[in-house]
Design a protein around this ligand. Structure first.
Ligand code: F6P
Length: 547
């Protein structure tokens, strides 16, 4: 394995600092004067996706220095190590084998892991087909019509996104997703569902997550209140977990439990049985196509040279924008209704993976790690936060994601969506000068004084670095490839920063404190170690609830 180095310790670092200083005075748009075909040369394709990074603030020299950074960090070897099951998660002493979950053959040295994956895939397919055929029945003999996924974080966001994106591909059984411990989430999801024909898929790697276990218990009560015998509840539950015993303790029969392994990180687990709700609602063929798309991306990332490697390029651009050009957030703008949950999925993937303050060796980071990630499906954002993108004072980078066709058959209307996407990308590059604003106001009949006064309010600086990721259509394959691409970009960025992308210790403190506070609220623990603010609000909760 390559030595763990932080970004500033890399040989390529000083050159890139100089490059950034130069680039600050060069507008991205001006780069097209000498390189009119940037959109062709600064572009790479694989697995049905094309990355156009011509509107990033990069030149040939900068790309050479960035590629040197990738080579120095031995990203290629690191990817091979990931796929072969090396211990890439040092603090938890584990591999991260999400690529194995979509593989069709056993990597050397991992025959047992592969056999377990293949067997679980077979069981997923069986369950999917069994339920979709109507042969699996609930407590009163009714076939299952609705599946409710109970899970949070990685046990929710991936399946929720995929189900929403691919509904059109044979969404025969309705899938619903409940993550929040707020009882309103479960209540809303169950509204209109029949207990007799509803199946709950309890997804929890640990089977100890408060939100999921609380919702699973409430689901049991809902079924019991509807007249189900306790002995018949098993038919209404499947569980996906590493802790089969904990699931059995909740009354879920062992043959209704599908395994997960500690070498699958929660936010990388969509491809495992955590995707079962989707496999049931969308059908096995669609789910296996999703896996195939992801696998195609894995193959590309393993084989392609850095300058043509989508994941390497995206990681280099992330680091370039964040650490050299000072972007403090990254905006994801899918121009596709079906990708509405993509920003949320990527928030967990990138911020839980790379929101770190120390490197793998435990040394404090000398430069920033992951930027904040946010976004929304276009065009809605244009009528809310795009104002800040065009005229705000914050620096950011962005990814536009655009399927070039629509499944709806409404091609004319889809053309409007495409035009909006391309318009936003262009506006973020070229902006609008004060003089252009004055000229346009005068042409529309405004007086000279008003035109002068308004010009600074109307002007848009442009020069916002971003990429365009296009695909022919949103299909199970292109979606699988897209999500795998972001997974690998996340891993490569972590290597460039010298951090561990596969642990998430920062989430534990809140869980511990919440447990103690709840015990105090239930009077099962003294409140001596709590602070005055917390105690005041507990008292208010008691008063509001007559406790
Ligand atoms: O609290 C964070 C986290 O551990 C995520 O990493 C994970 O995806 C989520 O909670 C759910 O965990 P589990 O699948 O064990 O319920």
């Amino acid at each position: 394995m390559a030595p763990i180095l932080q970004l500033f310790e890399r040989k390529a670092y000083p050159k890139l600092v100089e490059d950034a200083a130069t680039m600050r005075s060069i507008p991205i748009e001006s780069l097209f004067v000498d390189q009119p075909d940037r959109s062709t040369t600064y572009s790479a394709s694989a697995a049905g996706l094309t990355l156009d990074f011509s509107r990033q603030a990069v030149t040939d020299d900068i790309l050479t220095h960035l590629v040197a950074l990738a080579t120095e960090a031995q990203l290629r070897d690191a990817f091979a190590a990931l796929r072969q099951g090396s211990t890439v998660n040092a603090t938890e002493n584990r591999p991260a084998l999400h690529t194995l979950l979509r593989s069709n053959s056993a990597p050397e040295g991992l025959p047992n892991e592969y056999a377990a994956v293949a067997e679980t895939r077979r069981r997923m397919q069986d369950w999917s087909e069994h339920i979709r055929s109507g042969r699996h029945t609930g407590f009163s003999g009714q076939p299952i019509t609705d599946v409710v996924n109970l899970g949070i974080g990685g046990s929710d966001l991936g399946p929720r996104l995929v189900n929403d994106a691919l509904q059109v591909f044979d969404g025969k059984i309705d899938a619903h997703f409940v993550a929040n411990v707020d009882p309103a989430a479960l209540q809303d999801a169950l509204l209109g569902l029949s207990p007799e024909s509803t199946l709950f898929v309890v997804c929890s790697k640990s089977f100890g997550t408060e939100e999921t276990i609380t919702n699973a218990r409430a689901a049991r009560s809902w079924l019991l209140q509807a007249g189900a015998e306790a002995s018949a509840l098993g038919a209404h539950f499947l569980a996906i977990t590493t802790d089969i015993q904990a699931a059995a303790d909740m009354g879920i029969p062992e043959d209704h439990c599908l395994p997960l392994w500690d070498w699958v990180g929660g936010r990388y687990s969509l491809w495992s049985a955590i995707g079962l709700s989707c496999a049931i609602s969308l059908g096995w063929h669609t789910f296996s196509e999703l896996l195939a798309g992801a696998q195609q991306m894995d193959e590309h990332v393993e084989a392609a040279v850095p300058g043509q490697n989508l994941a390497v390029l995206m990681a280099l651009l992330e680091v370039w924008n964040t650490n050299f050009l000072g972007a403090d957030s990254h905006v994801v703008l899918p121009y596709c209704e079906g990708l509405g949950y993509l920003p949320e999925f990527l928030q967990q993937l990138t911020m839980e993976s790379n929101g770190k303050r120390v490197d793998v060796l435990g040394r404090e980071l000398k430069s920033d790690s992951a930027p904040m990630l946010w976004g929304a499906a276009g065009t809605m954002g244009q009528h809310s936060f795009h104002q800040l993108l065009h005229q705000g004072t914050r620096t950011f980078s962005a990814d536009f994601i655009l399927p070039l066709t629509t499944h709806t058959g409404m091609t004319e209307q889809h053309g409007r969506l495409v035009a909006n996407c391309l318009a936003q990308s262009r506006a973020m590059t070229v902006g609008r000068t004060e003089q252009q604003c004055i000229d346009s106001l005068l042409a529309r009949g405004a007086g000279e004084e008003r035109a002068q006064a308004l010009a600074t309010h109307l002007a848009i600086p442009g020069n916002r670095p971003h990429s365009l990721i296009t695909m022919d259509a949103l299909t199970p394959r292109s979606l699988g490839a897209l999500l795998a691409l972001y997974e690998h970009r996340t891993y490569f960025s972590s290597l460039l920063w010298g951090i561990n992308a596969f642990d998430q210790w920062g989430v534990e403190l809140g869980k511990d404190i919440s447990g103690s506070i709840y015990e105090v609220m239930q009077n099962t623990r003294p409140s001596v170690d709590l602070d005055t603010v917390t105690l005041k609000h507990i008292a208010a909760w008691r008063a509001a609830n007559d406790r």
